[in-house]
Design a protein around this ligand. Structure first.
Ligand code: 5GP
Ligand code: ZN
Length: 115
């Protein structure tokens, strides 16, 4: 746990969040500013800054992917969804505790906005 990390504090229950799924190693909660009808963030309990760091912890990485799939099932995203890891400056990452965005619930349009 890193005291200065927003998402570590959500894991610890110090900051409220609407949790939709939890395992021993992952927490999934609704994004505070949803970009789609369903927009859930899936994080490992263990602090890793980004997906590159998460890739160095294969067990946690597998657990995050499994939780993302479970969230899609719970949320009824049977017509499809996206799993997005924004990474670094060009990726637009704002919170440096790795998180998978699980978005869906409507057609999501082009994969990328044009710059
Ligand atoms: P990033 O840009 O790092 O990939 O995404 C960070 C996400 O975290 C954003 O979609 C933002 O809306 C969400 N977020 C930021 N602060 C909070 C918060 O305090 N609670 C929740 N539930 N989501 C947050
Ligand atoms: Zn953290």
């Amino acid at each position: 746990m890193e005291n200065s990390c927003l998402f570590c504090r959500i894991v610890a229950g110090e900051i409220p969040a609407t949790i939709v799924h939890r395992t021993a190693t992952t927490v999934a909660f609704r994004d505070i500013d949803p970009k789609a009808p369903t927009h859930v963030l899936v994080i490992p309990v263990a602090h890793h800054a980004d997906v590159t760091a998460l890739a160095g912890d294969p067990s946690a990485a597998a657990d995050v992917l499994a939780a993302a799939a479970k969230v899609a099932e719970i949320e009824g995203l049977d017509d499809g969804f996206r799993v997005i890891f924004n990474t670094g400056a060009h990726g637009g990452q704002e919170v440096f505790h790795v998180h998978a965005h699980v978005v869906g619930g409507a057609p999501l349009g082009p994969m990328l906005a044009r710059p």
